[in-house]
Design a protein around this ligand. Structure first.
Ligand code: GUN
Length: 295
């Protein structure tokens, strides 16, 4: 069997086009467009690339973006001070502080400082708390986990009653994905570096979300035939034939997994483009609430 490929690039492009149209309608109705402020602290190359991609995506959707860059030795007061200014700026509907922050900064305090109406990353503790609780909904769902759920839904994967295994328990992906899948009535197991027999859990999973940052650690023989596999990993693998000397691969060994899985996301071109699409979606929602009140 060869798996159905879940094309994140195509699905993200559709979502971005819908957002572009809604932004254009907003422009004609309110004479205003959504605004996203990005905050990049320090000179992490990958973070700088991600922020640039997010700003470019905003421009393509007609969303205004305000880029703020602070030096690697910026103080806690400077970062929180900037967040407070952005909270007060009516042109800014969403605030994105790119993570990770330099180690001397208190990430929790910075994320706490973002007004929850502008928390388009969904990382504020109130948003995460609402995500965790039964019968409550967050104002914003964190972008990568949101993208994972949309990919599963668009691929027609049944979530209710499914056995889902999440590999990884990060605040950005593993934990919120687990909470979202639980909200969708999946039976959720979170596996991590101390899990005793990972393959044993994986072989029972109808849905596998790999977000552990280990190059191609999930192989086809660990999967249940027909499983839906969403690979969130982005790892560099040495490849002398590649222009840069490496290529990007996921946490899943794509070639062996696609022979067993029922559906699978490629890396790149799977979850990555969805993170950006869902950020635009959250920014649009923040602006809709700001301009028109909650729906
Ligand atoms: N670092 C890695 N992923 C993300 C993300 O989705 N949002 C932010 N702000 N930082 C990240």
């Amino acid at each position: 069997m060869s798996a159905k490929i879940i094309d994140g690039t195509a699905i993200a492009a559709e979502i971005r086009e819908e957002i572009r149209q809604q932004v254009a309608e907003m422009q004609s109705r309110w004479d205003r467009v959504p605004g996203l402020a990005t905050v990049l602290v320090g000179d992490n190359t990958a973070s700088a690339t991600y922020v640039r991609m997010k700003q470019k995506a905003c421009a393509e959707a007609g969303i205004q973006s305000f880029g703020h860059e602070l030096p690697a030795d910026a103080s806690q007061e400077e970062v929180v001070g900037l967040v407070s200014e952005l909270n007060a700026n009516p042109e800014v509907n969403g605030i994105l502080v790119q993570l990770p922050l330099p180690r001397h900064l208190d990430e929790e305090a910075v994320l706490n400082a973002i007004s929850i109406e502008k928390d388009v990353d969904g990382f504020h503790p109130v948003n995460i708390g609402r995500l965790a609780m039964k019968g409550r909904d967050p104002l914003f769902i964190p972008c990568t986990p949101y993208g994972v759920i949309v990919l599963l839904q668009k691929a027609g994967i049944k979530l209710s009653g499914a056995d889902a295994v999440i590999l990884g328990r990060s605040n950005i992906v593993g934990l919120p994905v687990a909470m979202l899948l639980q909200k969708e009535n999946a039976t959720v197991t979170i596996c991590h570096s101390r899990t005793r027999d990972l393959a044993d859990h994986l072989r029972r999973a109808d849905i596998v979300i790999a977000a552990i940052g280990q190059t191609e650690m999930v192989t086809g023989d660990m999967l249940k035939p027909g499983a839906a596999v969403i690979d969130v990993g982005i790892n560099r693998k040495d490849d002398p034939l590649a222009r840069r000397g490496y290529r990007l691969v996921g946490d899943v060994d794509y070639e062996s997994a696609r022979e067993v899985a029922g559906a699978i996301t490629p890396v790149p071109g799977g979850v990555g483009p969805m993170t950006i699409a869902m950020l635009l979606q959250n920014t649009l929602r923040a602006a809709q609430i700001a301009f028109d009140g909650p729906r």
